[in-house]
Write a protein that binds this ligand. Structure first.
Ligand code: AGP
Length: 609
């Protein structure tokens, strides 16, 4: 995710900014840049790639100032490039900004600024409009210009701005994106994250939503949304830098589990317009294309493949087109039936998984149209696809995928809804119902995360079991596979997922008192069948943890424990049902003393066959 560091002090802002940006490297980024007021103008230097590339181009003593703003970018709008990197300036670089977040109405603003002010844009980013807006409103008072600009913007943002004509201050503003001010003596900082400041300060102000802040070398003034000054208590940071990177969580995996409400929200907000239509900005698939596909392949590896299993059922139901799901390492060698009427959907968090990339090339060679669902902007899969549907989950650092999976699921729903609506294969009432349910998911996931302690207690109780099964029917079957993979990859327990109806055809022979079974029973129309499956398992003495929707209590009569998830329509249940499974896997691995973020034998991105 993007990082912001700003400094106002006595000298050499660039050095402090670089120190701060380096502390944010762990979050992932693709480019970095710095802006400083120099000789009545703002000088901007930025470079794609690592911070060391930026360091090489800021060595000259002329590029120096006691004040400056810096940024590490994780591409969202526009591929990673020097031009798209931050900071962005207005046309004469009298204003420069750095921005984290997304400006939802940037297209509208862009058109307006081009038409009424003749503004020419340099980059493909949403962020650049902020610099131009501030420039247009600027009349000698940066604070006032920032406030006027913000009034035009919709979305989530943390923005820091500097003006050539006021080279003693930074003005910053936040809405739904973090911002902290670091309190020094004779200098002050602003940053998106505490780790960026810890080398220089331990006292900070935590900036709240809709607050604007003015920072000079000797003063930090915070204003509320009505322009009144706010008195804020000083927050003393006691954690070390390593803990701060994880924002207080013990592991990146736990942090990323907790980031899911936000990640799901980000994925949705970028694709759902105010009128309820789905916005396919950047995707060139036409109505004719969609009507012409007679088959869809979803191809991926690991967790991304499991998202595809859910995607198959969702897209088939909504778009009424046959969907096959395959693991990439099989697809690429089995001479699949693919032609120009096939839509090939590749799913990949990293966008660098070699098998997925090879499968994509094979599908393209045979004439398929390629739509990829990818998290890392500018990755190989995204570059080689005809269209890209980004997941916007932000960087995922733990090897075990969590927020990438839930956001991949969201993409599956959005693709299904869009295709269904375009083809006329779903009723408006159903479309609206699914859309409403999707919008409720961030809160539902958030609510579920509050029962973490209960699931941690179950993990403590069962962490010594050496054989765990995950069973489910329909869409729950795909979630079972994901729950099982999560558990085995970080706790090294032998876990196994199977369609519940298949149990009696062999696997039930393994059930014994020491077995633990997760029975996913979130599908209303299959609920009774799942209860019967649980009875069969109980008859063999195994322990059963049921996962059911609130109010579906019948399963309590047969299962040993039940985890309830918030009520929702069957289709979207995977997004909430997987959360307790992720938490369970995490706490079991913790109880067993495993290396949770970097499990043995595994890599985050598998770029070899
Ligand atoms: C999931 O927890 C794993 N780390 C793994 O299965 C992963 O999902 C798989 O390697 C695919 O990676 P990708 O999404 O980056 O292509």
């Amino acid at each position: 995710m993007c990082g912001i560091v700003g400094y106002v002090g006595e000298a050499h802002a660039k050095e402090k900014i670089i120190d701060g940006l380096k502390k944010l490297e762990y979050r992932g980024y693709d480019s970095a840049g710095i802006a400083l007021p120099v000789d009545g103008k703002i000088a901007i230097r930025k470079h794609v790639g690592e911070i060391k590339n930026l360091e090489k181009i800021i060595l000259d003593p002329e590029f120096d100032s006691p004040i400056g703003i810096g940024h590490t970018r994780w591409a969202t709008h526009g591929a990673p490039s020097d031009i798209n990197s931050h900071p962005h300036g207005n046309e004469d670089n009298s204003i420069a900004i750095v921005h984290n977040g997304i400006i939802e109405n940037y297209q509208e603003i862009k058109e307006w600024l081009a038409k009424d002010y003749g503004v020419k844009f340099k980059s493909e980013t949403d962020s650049e409009v902020i610099a131009h807006l501030i420039g247009i409103f600027y009349d000698g008072d940066l604070l006032e210009a920032v406030n006027k600009a913000v009034a035009e913007m919709r979305g989530a943002y943390a923005v820091c701005a500097i003006a050539a004509a006021e080279p003693d201050k930074i003005v910053a503003v936040r809405k739904d994106a973090p911002l902290v001010a670091g309190i020094g003596k004779g200098f002050n900082f602003i940053a998106s994250d505490i780790p960026a400041l810890l080398k220089y300060v331990r006292e900070v102000y935590l900036i709240e939503n809709n607050e604007t802040i003015v920072i000079t070398a000797d003063n930090i003034t915070i204003y509320d949304e009505n322009g009144k000054t706010v008195k804020r208590d000083v927050f003393h940071v006691t954690w070390d830098a390593d803990a701060a990177e994880k924002e207080g969580y013990e592991h990146f995996m736990l942090k990323e589990i907790h980031e899911q409400p936000k990640a799901v929200y980000e994925t949705l907000v970028r694709r759902i317009n105010d009128d309820g239509s789905i916005n396919l900005d950047g995707i060139s698939m036409t109505k004719e294309d969609i009507e012409g596909y007679n088959k869809i392949y979803i191809v991926a590896c690991g967790t991304a493949y499991h998202a595809g299993l859910v995607g198959k059922l969702v897209i088939e139901k909504m778009a009424k087109v046959p969907v096959e799901v395959d693991v990439a390492s099989e697809f690429r060698y089995r001479d699949p039936f693919v032609d120009e009427n096939t839509l090939f959907i590749a799913i990949s968090q990293s966008g660098e998984t070699l098998d997925t990339l090879a499968a994509l090339r094979e599908a393209k060679r045979k004439g398929a149209r390629v739509l990829s669902v990818v998290n890392v902007v500018g990755s190989s899969v995204s570059r080689e696809s005809d269209d890209v549907f980004y997941t916007w989950a932000g960087p995922e650092i733990a090897v075990a995928s969590t927020k990438a999976y839930t956001t991949q699921l969201i993409c599956m729903y959005l693709i299904g809804l869009y295709m269904g609506r375009t083809k006329g294969t779903i009723e408006t009432e159903y479309y609206n119902k699914v859309l409403d349910q999707l919008k409720e998911l961030p809160d539902k996931v958030d609510g579920l995360l509050k029962s973490e302690d209960k699931i941690a207690a179950l993990a403590k109780k069962y962490h010594r079991r050496e054989q765990v099964f995950f069973i489910g029917r329909g869409i729950d079957c795909g979630v079972s596979y994901e729950g099982s993979l999560k558990l085995k990859e970080i706790s090294y327990i032998n876990s196994f997922a199977i369609a519940a109806g298949e149990l009696k055809h062999g696997t039930i022979a393994l059930m014994e008192e020491e077995s633990l079974v997760f029975a996913l029973a979130t599908q209303d129309f299959l609920y009774e069948k799942m209860v019967s499956n649980v009875e069969e398992i109980k008859a063999r003495g195994a322990r059963v943890i049921g996962v059911a929707k609130d109010g579906r209590t019948e399963i309590e009569k047969v299962a040993d424990e039940v985890i309830y998830i918030p009520d929702c329509i069957d289709e979207v249940a995977p997004v909430v049902a997987v959360i307790p499974l992720q938490i369970f896997a995490y706490y079991v691995a913790k109880e067993r003393g495993c290396n949770i973020d970097k499990p043995k034998n595994l890599a985050k991105s598998v770029t070899v066959e």
